[in-house]
Ligand binder design. Structure first.
Ligand code: DC
Length: 648
C-alpha cells in the first residue's frame, strides 16, 4: 500500500475515460439477482472493495456466484430467501451492502452476525432496525445501540400495519426495506416519518426492482406500497452502467482544465441521479454535451467559472466534487442541504472543510451546509488527508489543476469504488511532451533521454507500427489487407519493459528494427484503420508524472493538447552522415550516397502521404540538430519543456 501519491502541478485536462461500473447499481443488482428465480448474467459489474464485500456475503449465505471474466458474473438466484441459515458476515465499510442485506437477512429465517470496519460501527442503522422490528423481525445490537455490529435471529413477521421509517438520515434504509419486503409475498406498506433525502437513489432502487419484476406504488415520496404476490424474476442478462459519481471528477477536470473530457458509460439514458452533477457544472458556466452513453465537459466559453449557491440534496456524493471546484470559482460558493455528509464514510463536512482550509480557502461549515471561498493562489505542496474516504481522495486530485503540486495521503482508499482512479486521472491530465520529426533525425534517442532526465514515461509510437507489421507477418496476414492488419493492431500483445520490446512474451527488440519490418511499418502506418486501432492504446501512455511521446502524429492527432511540442529535424546530409556512422560502428556495409538518396526519397514520401503526413505542427517548436551533438539536442528539448510545462 502506497502511503501517498504526489500529483504534479497540472494545467490541462482532456481525453476520454471509460467509467467503471456503478457501485449503487452493482450491489443492488447482485442482491436482486440472488433473490430472483432463475439465473442472471450481470455484465460490467464494478470490481471494487464494496462489491467484493457483497459478493462474498452472498456466497456465504449459499448463493451461487460464478465469475465469467471481464467483470461479468453469473448469479444463480434462490427464488426467495437465502438457503444458508447461519453465517458471520463482514461488510467492510459498504453501506450499499450492509443496509439491504440486513433487511433481507432479517426476513430469511436464519441466524446471522453482521459486522464491518470500525467506521461502519459508527454509521447509523437504527432507523432501519426500528422499521424491521415493527414487523416482528428479531435484530439485536451487539455493540452500541443504533449501530452495527448486529445479530439477527429467525422471527415471525406480521405486515398488518405500515412500517414507519425516517427518511432524513439515509435513503438506504428505505432502499433496504423496499428490496427485502417482496420476500414476504404479502402486501407491504412503508411510510416516511421525516422528509426523504437523496431521492434519486430511491429511483435507482425502484427502477432495478421493476427490471426484476416487482413494482412499487409510490405516493409522492411519502408512502410506498408493494402489492402482495410479487416475486423477483431474473431478466436474463443485465448491464451495469458506468459510475455517475465517479464521472464527476473527470467532468470537473474537463471544466477546470479546459477539456474536452468525455466520460463513457453514463449519459442521457442513465438511471443514476448523479448525472445531474453535469447541470451543477453548467450553472458554473461549463459547456456540457450529452450523448446516450456519454457526457462531455469543457471550460466555460468565458474561461471563468461562476460562483454557485445550490441545494445539492439530490446529488450528495457528486456534490463533494463541487466543494473542490469552488476553489476555482469567481466568488464564494455555498453547498446546501447536505446533512447526510456527516454519516458517510467519514464526517464529510468536517473532512472537506479541514482539507480545503489547508489549501488556503476560507470555509464555513454548518450542520447541513458548507461554504467555500475561492483562493487566488492555492497553497502548493499541501498533503491532503483522506479519512479512508475514497471520495475525499478522488475530489482533491483536482487541486493539482490549479497549477500546484498536491499530495494525496493513503490514495489506496479509492479501491472502495474506483481502484484505478489515479491512472485514469493521469490519462487526462499528465503533462505530455510530443516529439516529431523526419526519419533519422535522432528523435528516438533524444526523446528517450529527455524522458529519463525528467523521470517521465516514454512512448515510441513507431515501435507500435513496427510491432503491428511484425505480428501481421508472423500471423500470415498480408500487409495490404487493411482490415486484417487493423485487427492485428487492435489485439497487439505488445509490452515494453525497459529497453526490451516483447511480442506475446517473446523478445523482439532486435527483430522490429530489421529493414523489412521498417518498410512494413511504413506501409501499415499509412492505413487509417490501423492508426485508429492504435489510438486509445497510445493515449493510455499518458500517465503521472508525465509522458514523452515520440512519433509522426503525436502532437497533431494523439496528443493535440500536449503542453510541449517539438519538431526535431536536421539537414538530410547530417542525418545521412549519422546513419552512416551508426552502420559503420555496427560493422555493417554503408554507402553515403545511397543513404542520402534514400532519406530524401523517404522525406518526400512521408510529406506527401495523405495519412499523417510528416509536417511541423503550428504550435511545435523547431529544433534543428544539424549543428548539435546529442547532449545539446537533449538540452534544447529540456529547455523547451521547462518553459512549457507547469512549474514543479
Ligand atoms: O520511427 P520509426 O521508424 O520506428 O517508425 C516506423 C514507421 O511508422 C515509419 O514509417 C513512421 C511510421 N510512424 C507513423 O506513421 N506514426 C507514428 N506516430 C510513428 C511512426
Amino acid at each position: 500500500m502506497m502511503d501517498h501519491i504526489d500529483l504534479p502541478a497540472l494545467t490541462q485536462a482532456s481525453g476520454t475515460i471509460r467509467l467503471p461500473g456503478s457501485k449503487s447499481i452493482s450491489n443492488r443488482m447482485l442482491l436482486l439477482a440472488a433473490l430472483a428465480a432463475g439465473e442472471t448474467e450481470i455484465r460490467d459489474l464494478l470490481d471494487s472493495d464494496d462489491t467484493r464485500v457483497m459478493l462474498a456475503a452472498l456466497q456465504k449465505v449459499g448463493v451461487g456466484v460464478t465469475a465469467l471474466g471481464n467483470n461479468a458474473y453469473r448469479v444463480v438466484g434462490c427464488a426467495g430467501v437465502f438457503p444458508g441459515k447461519d453465517a458471520d458476515l463482514f461488510m467492510g465499510n459498504a453501506g450499499t451492502a450492509i443496509r439491504p442485506l440486513t433487511a433481507t437477512l432479517a426476513l430469511s429465517g436464519g441466524h446471522y452476525r453482521i459486522s464491518g470496519v470500525p467506521r461502519m460501527h459508527e454509521r447509523p442503522i437504527g432507523d432501519l432496525v426500528d422499521g424491521l422490528r415493527q414487523i416482528g423481525c428479531d435484530v439485536r445490537y451487539t455493540g452500541n445501540d443504533g449501530y452495527p455490529p448486529l445479530e439477527i435471529f429467525p422471527a415471525d413477521v406480521k405486515l398488518d400495519a405500515p412500517i414507519r421509517v425516517r427518511g432524513d438520515v439515509s435513503s438506504q434504509f428505505l432502499t433496504a426495506l423496499l428490496m427485502a419486503l417482496p420476500l414476504t409475498g404479502e402486501t407491504a406498506m412503508i411510510e416516511m416519518t421525516t422528509p426523504l433525502i437523496s431521492k434519486p437513489y430511491i429511483e435507482i432502487t425502484l427502477n432495478l426492482m421493476a427490471r426484476f419484476g416487482v413494482t412499487v406504488e409510490r405516493v409522492d415520496w411519502q408512502r410506498f406500497t408493494i402489492a402482495g404476490g410479487q416475486s423477483y424474476r431474473s431478466p436474463g442478462i443485465v448491464h451495469v452502467e458506468g459510475d455517475a459519481s465517479g464521472a464527476s471528477y473527470f467532468l470537473a477536470a474537463g471544466v477546470i482544465g479546459g477539456g474536452p473530457v468525455r466520460v463513457e458509460g453514463v449519459g442521457r439514458q442513465s438511471i443514476q441521479g448523479d448525472v445531474r452533477f453535469a447541470d451543477a457544472l453548467e450553472t458554473m458556466g461549463a459547456q456540457i454535451t450529452w450523448g446516450d452513453n456519454f457526457i462531455e465537459a469543457r471550460a466555460p466559453a468565458t474561461g471563468k467559472l461562476k460562483a454557485f449557491d445550490l441545494d445539492l440534496n439530490h446529488i450528495p456524493d457528486a456534490a463533494m466534487t463541487l466543494a473542490v471546484a469552488a476553489l476555482f470559482a469567481d466568488g464564494p460558493c455555498r453547498l446546501r442541504n447536505i446533512a447526510s455528509w456527516r454519516v458517510k464514510e467519514t464526517d464529510r463536512i468536517t473532512a472537506m472543510a479541514t482539507e480545503l482550509r489547508k489549501l488556503g480557502a476560507t470555509v464555513e461549515e454548518g450542520a447541513d451546509f458548507i461554504a467555500v471561498s475561492p483562493v487566488s493562489t492555492i497553497k502548493p505542496g499541501v498533503a491532503i488527508d483522506t479519512y479512508d474516504d475514497h471520495r475525499v481522495a478522488m475530489c482533491f486530485a483536482l487541486v493539482a489543476l490549479g497549477g500546484v503540486p498536491v499530495r494525496i495521503n493513503d490514495p489506496g482508499c479509492v479501491a472502495k469504488t474506483f481502484p484505478h482512479y489515479f491512472d485514469a486521472f493521469g490519462e487526462i491530465t499528465a503533462p505530455v511532451i510530443a516529439i516529431d520529426g523526419p526519419s533519422a533525425s535522432g528523435k528516438g534517442t533524444v526523446a528517450q533521454r529527455v524522458a529519463a532526465a525528467l523521470g517521465f514515461h516514454f512512448l515510441d509510437s513507431g515501435a507500435l507500427y513496427r510491432l503491428t507489421a511484425l505480428a501481421a507477418l508472423r500471423a500470415g496476414v498480408a500487409l495490404d489487407d487493411e482490415v486484417a492488419v487493423a485487427g492485428v493492431a487492435a489485439q497487439l500483445a505488445a509490452e515494453f519493459s525497459g529497453e526490451q520490446v516483447l511480442l506475446a512474451g517473446a523478445d523482439v527488440t532486435a527483430a522490429i528494427r530489421a529493414e523489412d519490418i521498417g518498410v512494413g511499418a511504413s506501409k501499415v502506418a499509412a492505413m487509417p484503420a490501423v492508426r485508429a486501432a492504435l489510438f486509445s492504446r497510445q493515449r493510455a501512455y499518458r500517465r503521472f508524472p508525465g509522458l514523452v511521446a515520440d512519433g509522426r502524429d503525436m502532437g497533431s492527432v494523439i496528443f493535440p493538447e500536449a503542453q510541449a511540442k517539438v519538431f526535431l529535424t536536421a539537414s538530410a546530409a547530417a542525418r545521412a552522415e549519422r546513419r552512416y556512422k551508426q552502420l559503420i560502428d555496427k560493422g555493417m556495409p554503408a554507402n553515403m550516397h545511397a543513404l542520402l538518396q534514400d532519406l530524401q526519397e523517404r522525406d518526400a514520401r512521408d510529406a506527401a502521404r495523405s495519412v499523417a503526413p510528416l509536417r511541423q505542427c503550428d504550435d511545435a517548436v523547431l529544433v534543428d540538430t544539424t549543428p548539435l551533438g546529442i547532449e545539446e539536442a537533449v538540452a534544447a528539448v529540456l529547455e523547451i519543456a521547462q518553459r512549457k510545462l507547469p512549474r514543479k
